[in-house]
Design a protein around this ligand. Sequence first.
Ligand code: B1M
Length: 211
Amino acid sequence: MSVIQEISEALQKGKANDVKELVQRELDDGTSAKEILEGGLMAGMDIVGRQFKANEIYVPEVLIAARAMAAGTELLKPLLVSEDVQPRGTIVLGTVKGDLHDIGKNLVKMMMEGKGFNVVDLGTDVAADRFVAAATENKADIIACSALLTTTMTEMKNVVAAAESAGARDTVKIMVGGAPVTQQYCDSIGADAYAADAASAAEKAVGFIES
Ligand code: B1M
């Protein structure tokens, strides 16, 4: 097995220290950061995403794999900047106003980063105007909103309205998700996409960029 494959395997098993060691070894051997990111870390995270979607693994395993990915990307970040690897696109992500749940949102972030996106994480309790201002400031392709409460998901409608009044509706796609959110709700507020889970959210984001 190549070291790149070993990196993917170690990430899937959530072995952060192994990932760190293997990434450093591969860098010392002269492999580019881009190759390590795509062939090792992102490939491993793709498999984790598929397993999570198929209910073959659960939240704790995904969080441990995310920690391992963070350990690897930490070493690569400065090199990726100098190698001028362009991110796939920029996504502004947050949990909507009034809502403090962030476990699902953090998984969405991790899956999106695993697909090569630059994710601007606004955290929790994010008002509609802040989503739109951050999207404009960062020239984002996508605004991604998470909500876990039936009482807060209505803020997503305000995000769509705020993007419209800021004249940003043609340049930014709006994606919604979280336990109480449905495709029907997405359609009713005029958002562009709904995703039921973190892996699907990342796949849909890729679909927007490649379409
Ligand atoms: Co709260 N909570 N909570 N809670 N909490 C729920 C959501 C609830 C269903 C529990 C219940 O009553 N059965 C209920 C909501 C009821 C409703 O509105 N229908 C509830 C309530 C009522 C509350 C409080 C109001 C309780 C109170 O204080 N009386 C309060 C609200 C605080 C606030 O936000 N203002 C509250 C507080 C909390 C804690 C702080 C204790 C904690 C949050 C900790 C944290 O997030 N850091 C908490 C937790 C942990 C939960 C439960 C138990 C678990 C949520 C979770 O993290 N799930 C939850 C019950 C449950 O879901 N079983 C509950 C795991 C996570 C991986 O799943 O977030 O669904 P989830 O994310 C998934 C998908 O939804 C999707 O991808 C993720 C992974 O695949 N997804 C997206 C999420 N965002 C997406 C965005 C996308 C696409 C997909 O595109 C952009």
